[in-house]
Design a protein around this ligand. Structure first.
Ligand code: HEC
Length: 315
């Protein structure tokens, strides 16, 4: 008996522990589950969150009553749109509470949430394709968000559910240079992420562009005056432009990965501008995409592209 216990105890414990894991949904990869997408107005959401908003909340919403629910069971609400005020400190608490309630419901029902999508019963095509709420979500690089009905969409949805459905709880307008980033607020329900896009366009002038991007480029450890990456200093607007326009890729710094790989900015030609290549591509011709660790927002890229095409002037 004693001998048997020695063997069975760890086995039973192991089963108990693994029984608590969402094995049907696979392992949780937090980074993947928190892939950001942005709607037409620049409002951020995690990809799985956005899919549920578009494909499910047309019927399954606390704000949807009577016929507009199309028979979706009462209380089975999957509201995914959090607070979208301009100031993160003054949130729309009703919206946050709806998302909080939905997160709880989704957690409880996460296996059903997945199975009904995989077996094709949800969203129910017959009762209303018109229940689809198209908010125009796109990834940072402009790719459209996959439909939940597609194989790729289901994979993203599965990864999101495996991590218990993380949500962007509140959205606010960013201070200059902070687009697409985290508001750094600890929230109960989810994250706080700045709006990106849907804001005023940036004029395609170097002074405006530099003011917008310098806070993320001219950092002491990056392109500040001391020990700048690739020898490129981007701190002061006019000098930064001189260091870019018509200049060969830098040979300074510890690892000049782009040395000899072309001109940084060629006026009128984005195709011959390594600077454009590095900020607009996730796999640039050489070295890392810039800025390291984040991406410029669509309106920032639009301004840079136009500025180069219009002659990259000191304006
Ligand atoms: C067009 C309206 C509509 C849309 C869109 C919709 N549902 Fe439903 N949902 C219903 C109705 C009606 C029911 C109740 C009938 C049923 O269970 O089939 C239901 C029931 C459910 C149930 C309970 C099923 C059960 O067997 O207990 C789940 C879970 C569910 N929906 C998930 C989803 C998910 C996830 C989405 C989005 C991918 C979604 N629904 C989109 C109308 C909708």
């Amino acid at each position: 008996m004693v001998r048997a216990m020695k063997w069975t105890t760890p086995l039973v414990l192991g089963l108990l522990v693994s029984g608590c894991q969402p094995t049907q949904l696979g392992q949780c990869d937090e980074d993947l589950a928190r892939t950001l997408v942005f709607d037409l107005n620049g409002n951020p959401a995690y990809a799985g969150q956005a899919m549920v908003e578009q494909a499910c909340a047309g019927c399954h919403s606390a704000t949807s009553t009577g016929a507009t629910r199309r028979g979706a069971p009462a209380e089975l609400d999957f509201d995914m749109v959090g607070s979208r005020t301009s100031d993160a400190m003054m949130p729309d608490m009703d919206a946050i509470n709806r998302v909080a309630a939905a997160r709880g419901i989704i957690f409880e029902d996460r296996f059903d949430m997945f199975d009904t999508v995989v077996d094709g019963s949800m969203p129910p095509g017959d009762v209303g394709a018109d229940a689809y709420v198209d908010a125009g979500y796109e990834y940072m690089d402009g790719r459209p968000l996959e439909r939940i009905e597609s194989a790729a969409g289901q994979e993203i949805y599965r990864e999101w559910l495996a991590c218990n459905g993380p949500v962007v709880e509140r959205t606010a307008d960013p201070p200059a240079g902070m687009e697409g980033g985290d508001c750094m607020m600890t929230a109960d329900v989810g994250s706080c992420v700045y709006r990106s896009g849907g804001l005023e366009p940036i004029p395609p002038m170097w002074s405006a562009i530099h003011a917008q991007i310098a806070p993320r480029c001219a950092l002491p450890s990056c392109h500040g005056p001391t020990n700048p990456g690739a020898g490129l200093v981007l701190e002061e607007a006019s000098a930064a432009r001189m260091a870019l326009v018509g200049q060969p890729a830098g040979t300074g710094g510890a690892t000049p990965m782009c040395a000899g790989r072309g001109t940084l900015v060629t006026p009128g030609d984005t195709g011959a501008s390594l600077f454009w290549n590095k900020v607009s591509q996730t796999m640039p011709e050489c070295g890392f995409p810039m800025p390291i660790g984040s991406r410029l927002a669509p309106r920032e890229l639009a301004a840079i592209e136009q500025w180069i095409m219009m002659g990259a002037q000191d304006n």
